[in-house]
Design a protein around this ligand. Structure first.
Ligand SMILES: NC(=O)C1=CN([C@@H]2O[C@H](COP(=O)(O)OP(=O)(O)OC[C@H]3O[C@@H](n4cnc5c(N)ncnc54)[C@H](O)[C@@H]3O)[C@@H](O)[C@H]2O)C=CC1
Ligand SMILES: NCCCC(=O)O
Length: 519
């Protein structure tokens, strides 16, 4: 295990102090945490300091500013100034930078994973998987960048039109706290590939690795101002949405905040991508392999302490296998290892904040009051290691005997709480699965592929996983139906959200046909 401190080996660099100890380069924790024009800068009009906790221990990790309008303006102006140069590059040139950044992420994967654990409290092996995926996303859009192009239409009389696909300008990104480095990667990589410049506001709970993302891009040669990071809470996000120099906001977070952002962006006629919450279903049919169904349910509920927007938290199980499924799921949950997220054996880390842990526990209490039966978990755990005493550890919770009208079944809990609901027919399962205002994701577990596709076609969700859950290849679009938002991240689909089309018509005749003109 490592400790951070000034007794460590110090290297003075251009902008800040690097501390290296036991393989961890802690440049990232030294601040300042705003990153504008290729350097870390102190806030000029922070309204107050925000103390950021380590979820694993409850100790203070760092202090960030609640950046004000002037900070936001500085970041946006830097991004505007960088736009002309960045957008004038060829896609191949922009793509090379992204591919180099992917390489850097791979080289620094262990260090970045540890920083992500400090910020989020998630198990370190999960952070490694996340970071490795981020390298893939950067590499994918690095390859895609040179293919971003327009169209040509041949028209009567030799006339023709070309449709240019142009960047939007400055894109603003705002993110949640569950996948900090991934969220900035998913937004910045396609935005930059398309020729936009970027200003990102991470969650105030997980500010650290987004700045390192900016530094990595600077290190590989991306010009200053192309990627900027400003720290702060909701008011900083609001200022970014309202800034007239921002062309678009790409947001990941809750539905209520998404609604506020959409309203704020309406005033400036800004485009929005909204990646919002969910209450996704998983349909487990009786012919499924029970072990695989349990594995998919765990992947769909218990990664990152259950704080995953696409979790399939409403697990509809066909009645004949209900008992066996539950037994197997509970056995598997009880084998999960709760504790120090830096321990490679740990499978359940710390919930993001005490407030959030209490919210999750409150949902479980309400569920029991409404008639749900607790099969396992749902308790705050105090790991034996005393240094974790201030952390927020919850045991993975399985609730059964659930009904569609219970609060725990209707509302997004965003914690390790799975609700099990029995069903009898395919039609019933589909209708109940769709009976929610959300529509982010869904899972179908069956050996019958015809049924799997018949059911998938009827599910109201932006992504359906057949015989797996929470899989995010960079090539495939991700985003919501209904209240879970709109716009798509990942895949070629994201290019539509980061570009605008300009039609250029060319008249080839030297004499225009103009019936309303008289000599
Ligand atoms: N669909 C998706 O891809 C994902 C969705 N989420 C959703 O995010 C939620 C959990 O994340 P939280 O950080 O608690 O969400 P949140 O909505 O409270 O905050 C998200 C971000 O918005 C900022 N913000 C808050 N008020 C704002 C305002 N008025 N204007 C601009 N920015 C504002 C916050 O500072 C933060 O950076 C859950 O509902 C979850 O489902 C989380 C991850 C992925
Ligand atoms: N890696 C999962 C994407 C969804 C989320 O951020 O919650």
């Amino acid at each position: 295990m490592f400790r951070l401190g000034f007794s460590s080996f110090l290297i003075l660099s251009r902008q800040h102090i690097k501390i290296m100890k036991q393989g961890l380069t802690t440049t990232a924790l030294q601040g300042p945490f705003n990153y504008i024009n290729g350097e870390r800068v102190t806030s000029v009009d922070s309204t107050h300091d925000i103390k950021v906790s380590k979820p694993a221990t409850g100790e203070v990790l760092c202090t960030i500013p609640n950046s004000g309008q002037q900070d936001v303006d500085k970041a946006v102006q830097a991004a505007r100034a960088a736009f002309a140069q960045w957008s004038a590059l060829g896609g191949l040139e922009r793509g090379r930078f992204l591919i180099s950044a992917a390489q850097k992420v791979r080289e620094r994967l262990e260090e970045l994973a540890k920083l992500e654990v400090l910020d989020t409290g998630k198990p370190v092996w999960e952070a490694r998987v996340d970071l490795s995926g981020c390298a893939d996303y950067l590499e994918y859009y690095g390859g895609v960048a040179s293919t971003v192009g327009g169209l040509h239409y041949q028209l009567p009389g030799g006339n023709f039109a070309v449709v240019r696909r142009e960047p939007l300008g400055v894109v603003g990104g705002i993110g949640a706290w569950n996948y900090p480095f991934q969220t900035i990667s998913w937004k910045a990589a396609p935005a930059l590939a398309c020729g936009n410049t970027f200003v990102y506001k991470p969650s105030q709970f997980t500010p650290v690795t987004s700045v390192v993302f900016g530094e990595i891009l600077t290190e590989v040669g991306v010009p200053p101002g192309v990627v900027n990071v400003i720290q702060g809470a909701g008011s900083t996000g609001e200022a970014l949405c309202q800034h007239p120099g921002v062309a678009k906001i790409s947001f990941t977070g809750s539905v209520p905040t998404g609604q506020k952002i959409m309203k704020a962006c309406a005033d400036g006629m800004k485009r929005v991508t909204l990646e919002l919450g969910g209450k996704s279903p998983m349909l487990v049919f009786a012919d499924t392999d029970l072990t695989e169904a349990v594995k998919a349910t765990m992947l769909g509920n218990f990664l990152t302490q259950g704080q995953v927007c696409s979790n399939c938290t409403r697990v509809f199980v066909e009645r004949p296998i209900l008992k066996d499924f539950q037994e197997k799921l509970v056995t598997a949950c009880e084998k999960m290892v709760i504790g120090d997220p830096f321990d490679n054996e740990t499978t359940v880390g710390a919930t993001i904040t005490l407030e959030h842990a209490e919210k999750v526990l409150h949902y479980i209490d309400e569920a029991k009051k409404q008639g749900a039966r607790l099969l396992c978990g749902g308790k705050r755990i105090n790991p034996s290691d005393t240094k974790l005493a201030g952390g927020y550890y919850l045991s993975p919770c399985v609730l059964t005997d659930c009904h569609d009208d219970m609060t725990c079944v209707k509302e997004e809990i965003f914690g390790s709480v799975v609700t099990i609901l029995a069903f009898d027919t395919e039609e019933e399962a589909i209708a109940r699965a769709n009976s929610t205002p959300f529509g982010l994701a869904a899972g179908v577990m069956t050996k019958d592929l015809q049924r799997a596709h018949r059911v998938s076609a009827q599910l109201q969700a932006g992504i359906v996983w057949i015989n797996n859950c929470n899989v995010f290849p960079p090539e495939v679009p991700f985003g919501g139906y209904k209240m879970s938002g709109f716009g798509r991240e990942n895949g070629l689909a994201a290019l539509n959200d980061y570009t605008q089309l300009k039609t250029v018509y060319t008249e080839m005749s030297s004499k225009i046909d103009c019936p309303i003109y008289k000599e």
